[in-house]
Design a protein around this ligand. Structure first.
Ligand code: ADP
Length: 392
């Protein structure tokens, strides 16, 4: 009996110790688990914060404007690009979309999203103090987990630059068509006159053949200039850069144009120091010099002088100038003179066989060499075209 009691007591003690040890272990495990959970929570919160910061930075850096509104049409989020488009300071949180954008069409889009899931490719025109802006809006209705409407998101693309380029392209095509049509219709009417009997009179035969020849040459020049510009535009121009004697290149061009200069009694003076050597593609360099001297002869004074000079700006750049003593160029024309098809006097340019592309080619070729071109002129005081080239 006594033995049994002692045995039971021992057993109870063993159980008590085991229980106590187990409880201690469980408590340790529990404390460890709570610690791990707390650590995981901190880690998760850190990750969420980082993710939110990354998303905010991404929204801020987006080129597209982004506006998120709540179900009442109040701004929840708007990025910098949206602020620039509608001229407000983000985040503008809590203000209505109409107050913020001051554009009824944008507010109407948000209202439309109450009944439509999305609106894609909606085009907007924004009137500004300068020129209008063109936007494309893609808008999406937001819904919560239960499918209840929870606001909307608007993504705004600025199409203004694209529209401007499109307008430039259309104007260019219209100009090219016009430039091609004029000589073509003159060639056609000369040919018709010859067919209708003109060929039987030797005098008119020569005269009309000369007209055809002159305008066919003009077409050739125009097409050559257009092809040149298109090569320059595509960036595919391969310059055969080498050391070129600037004075030598000017002299070659002056000799080529001597006949044209003589016809207007113009004297060409090459004042370029023989020692000046530039790093250039010789053919393209001659083309630039030729366009400028040819213009100075065409638009300068009859019996005037065209002077070509050059100086080293520093050890790396040489500036070349072509100066005439003609009527000069008005300031408003100077600002646009390097544009394609821009002419101070259309009739005069055409009569001289000009394509209206010469100076645009000069500008592109000089820029392709890493240089710059400019014009200085005062009415009555002649014109001075200067461009820079790298020294060899
Ligand atoms: P084009 O001579 O074929 O018309 P350019 O691009 O070479 O085309 O020149 C554009 C216009 O610039 C000319 O039509 C002319 O009105 C003006 N221009 C160019 N050079 C001179 C100059 N030296 N003096 C006065 N006007 C000039």
């Amino acid at each position: 009996m006594m033995f049994t009691s002692v045995f039971l007591l021992l057993l109870a003690a063993i159980f008590a110790v085991a229980w106590w040890l187990e409880r201690g272990r469980n408590e340790r495990l529990e404390t460890e688990r709570v610690g791990q959970l707390a650590e995981q929570r901190i880690q998760r919160e850190h990750e969420l914060r980082e993710q939110a910061q990354r998303t905010a930075a991404l929204f801020e850096r987006m080129i597209e404007g982004l506006i998120v509104v709540d179900a009442a049409g109040r701004i929840r989020l708007a990025n910098r690009a949206a602020g620039e488009l509608f001229n407000f300071t983000p985040p503008a949180t809590g203000r209505t979309i109409l107050e913020t954008t001051r554009h009824h069409e944008v507010a109407a889009l948000v209202t439309r999203l109450e009944n439509e899931p999305e609106i894609l490719g909606h085009e907007l025109r924004l009137e500004t103090l300068e020129s209008p802006k063109f936007l494309q809006v893609n808008a999406l209705a937001l819904r919560d987990g239960e499918g209840v409407r929870d606001g909307a998101i608007l993504v705004l693309h600025d199409l203004t630059r694209l529209r401007q380029l499109e307008a430039v392209r259309q104007e260019f095509v219209a100009n090219v068509s016009h430039e091609l049509r004029t000589p073509l219709s003159l060639i056609k009417s000369a040919a018709e006159t010859l067919i209708d009997g003109g060929k039987d009179e030797p005098e008119s035969l020569t005269r009309f053949l000369q007209i055809i020849d002159k305008h066919a040459n003009r077409l050739t020049l125009l097409i050559d200039d257009l092809l040149m510009l298109s090569t320059l535009d595509s960036g595919n121009i391969r310059l055969a850069l080498q050391s070129v004697s600037l004075g030598g290149a000017v002299q070659e061009v002056a000799d080529d144009l001597r006949g044209r200069a003589h016809a207007r009694g113009v004297t060409i003076k090459n004042k370029v120091e023989p020692a000046l050597i530039v790093q250039a593609d010789p053919d393209r360099l001659r083309q630039v010099i030729s366009n400028l001297i040819d213009n100075a002869i065409k638009y300068g004074r009859i019996e005037g002088a065209v002077v070509i000079s050059a100086l080293s700006l520093d050890s790396r750049r040489i500036e070349v100038s072509v100066q005439d003593d003609g009527p000069g160029i008005p300031a408003e024309a100077c600002a646009r003179i390097f544009e394609r098809f821009f002419r101070g006097d259309k009739a005069r340019s055409r009569e001289q066989g000009g394509t209206g592309l010469g100076l645009a080619i000069v500008k592109h070729v000089v820029q392709a060499h890493g240089g710059e071109v400019r014009v200085e002129s005062a009415p009555g005081a002649g014109a001075r075209f200067s461009f820079t080239l790298p020294a060899a």
